[in-house]
Design a protein around this ligand. Sequence first.
Ligand SMILES: *Cc1c(COP(=O)(O)O)cnc(C)c1O
Length: 439
Amino acid sequence: MIDARRSVTESVLAFDAACRRIPGGVNSPVRAFRAVGGVPIFVERAHGARFIDVDGNQYIDYVMSWGPLILGHAPPAVVEAIMRAAALGTSYGAPTKAETTLAELVASRLPSIERIRFVSSGTEATMSAVRLARGYTKRDLIIKFAGCYHGHADAFLISAGSGALTNGVPSSPGVPASVAAQTLVLPYNDIDALTSAFAEYPEQIAAVIVEPYVGNMGLVLPKPGFLHALRDLTSTEGAVLIFDEVMTGFRVDHGGVQTREGISPDLTTLGKILGGGLPIGAFGGKAEIMAHLSPEGPVYQAGTLSGNPIATAAGIATLQALDAPGVYDRLENITGRLLDGLSAAFRKHGVAHRAARVGSMFGFFLSEQPVVDLVSAQAADTAQYATLFHALLARGVYFAPSQFEAGFVSLAHDEATIDATLHAVDDALRETCGQPTRS
Ligand SMILES: *Cc1c(COP(=O)(O)O)cnc(C)c1O
């Protein structure tokens, strides 16, 4: 049924050529497969739940461009919107009515967003939101949580080190120590650490930024009460609460984590699904805070391609498609089918694991211990993950090339797609675990 010795000759050649000119052969590091070894698969084209590589192999895709493609690859409504917009001009550097249309669509789904500004990536959104929070509070320090990813701006590339509260140490050369020192890193899910940080730095903390459901260390969910405690503490202390919903926005619900959990952050950052596969980001929230943004207020922020007409059109088409009745129920059901099947296969083959899902986001750690933060996430067996990843790749199933990434299901993944995946998983585990099984 499945050819486990498929050829990837063209990908190998393409990667060689790319490596000669592009550092690591890729334009974003995780694409290079360093966490699992081997040569990255070069994509030729994609449709629905699948892509086809440059050797003609087909894969069921659970990366889905790392989150944006909730409708699947190349959904006709979005492709048509892109073509229509492109024919009218690709960028104007002047306002369009479509930007207000998209702003209204977002505000109607996320009531905490009274006003919004569009940018071109999630990184720009978080970077701008933090500058705005600092300008608004006239404070400098920010708090982030270890294992949360907020894009690659200097302020966020700070690792936790050990201990409950670490004055930031840069996780990349090129981030000045003086910048890192403005970022405090705490363990996710640890409200005591947050209370201590506010006590230690009274009236100095401008903002707390969090992935309310963390999708960037694998999928790690909040303990009951954690997000509400975050909301209460930041309000009391006069710090801006920023929900980074670049991944979760329009993914776990029409309105993201905040509508699911009934929490109203001060600012929210968005991206990924918002652009339907084109480059976009946004930050928005309380009108009183957003009024500090240039040209209404003094906090500067700008972008040549911000509100780009093609990305805006793709975003509008995507959000409108998500209004079809039952969309999120369907996504949740199909993701449940996948995760239930995965867990059953792991149990059958005696593989220790911790699976999690919410909406159409999922993750599984190859680990025996519960995962609540970065330290417990890092206990997972990355070597075993790499073995499983390659066994699945050889069977035409593309999971994230790292243990520490969430997976994504789209509306193009139907029952048959999930069942084909589960068949491949069983087969892969039979090979890699070397245990006798019966199906
Ligand atoms: C992807 C992501 C970002 C960065 O977005 P880019 O568009 O890659 O710059 C920021 N925050 C979260 C939570 C993300 O998942």
